[in-house]
Design a protein around this ligand. Structure first.
Ligand code: SF4
Ligand code: SF4
Ligand code: SF4
Length: 247
């Protein structure tokens, strides 16, 4: 029998929703049990790490020195390191604090406790080399499964390169937000999620990140017809995209 693919699902500071998305695959994941071995996945086992992973999937951001060490160790032991989800790839919801008074926030959350690590939030690729990214908040579990199967079959890893707008009308979205003069980042955002937000009456806030090569100045200029610059920046903070404006 062919050797099983040795996988690690490694979680740093996050809501752990991407791990739950993986578990939601249920039987579909179990069907791969002869081909894939989860050697680190804290919802499934409690064993020390092996010396080597074929693939380490990393969720969340390194906030403490210990987590940074964990991330670097994962990189050292893995042939491939794949980022899982918005907070690992783009900084995510907790990156909002980068744009606020961090000291004030920590005093509010931890009124009495001192010595809590409170660094600026930075994407994982600031610390280690990243081989591939599965975007989203949370990730689309079916997309994770496709990537996993491609890894098993040694096929190239791909995610769709279409925009959310290309998927949105196919979902039966009642009315386009932009036509209604409301902010929606769909035209500039990487699709593949199936546009669940507009379908359910919520604007796309680009949790999957922007498509490669989009002109963000043009985006801001277009959307400034419907919202102030401050409002647009605050919306971009929600999924860690505000810093993309300056890059
Ligand atoms: S990307 Fe979203 S769902 Fe996934 S761990 Fe981060 S905050 Fe949670
Ligand atoms: S609602 Fe948003 S995602 Fe849907 S078509 Fe309009 S701009 Fe695109
Ligand atoms: S529609 Fe936009 S915000 Fe919603 S899941 Fe897709 S990319 Fe994320």
């Amino acid at each position: 029998m062919a050797k099983k693919l040795k996988i690690g699902i490694i979680s740093l500071t996050s809501c752990e929703g991407c791990q739950i998305a993986i578990l939601s695959l249920g039987d579909k994941l179990l069907k791969l049990k002869d081909k894939v071995e989860f050697l680190e996945f804290r919802y499934l086992e409690d064993q020390p790490w092996p010396d080597h992973f074929d693939v380490a999937f990393v969720e969340g951001s390194p906030i403490t020195k210990k987590q940074l060490k964990t991330l670097k160790e994962a990189r050292k032991r893995a042939d491939k390191l794949i980022v899982l989800g918005n907070c690992a790839a783009l900084g995510g919801v907790h990156e909002i604090k980068n744009y606020r008074d961090r000291n004030k926030i920590i005093r509010y959350v931890y009124e009495r406790k001192k010595g809590i690590a409170n660094p600026e939030i930075r994407e994982i690729d600031n610390f280690v080399k990243v081989d591939f990214t599965i975007p989203g908040c949370p990730i689309n579990p079916e997309e994770f499964l496709r990537v996993l199967k491609n890894l098993v079959e040694k096929k190239p890893l791909k995610i769709p390169t279409i925009s959310v707008c290309e998927e949105c009308p196919l979902q039966g979205t009642p009315d386009c937000f932009i036509v209604k003069k409301r902010v929606c980042f769909g035209p500039w955002t990487l699709g593949g999620c199936g546009a669940p937000c507009p379908k359910n009456g919520l604007e796309c806030l680009a949790c999957r990140g922007f498509k490669k090569g989009v002109n963000l100045d043009v985006m801001i200029k277009s959307l400034s017809r419907f919202a102030s610059e401050k409002e647009l920046k605050e919306k971009l903070e929600i999924f860690g995209l505000r810093d993309e404006l300056n890059s």
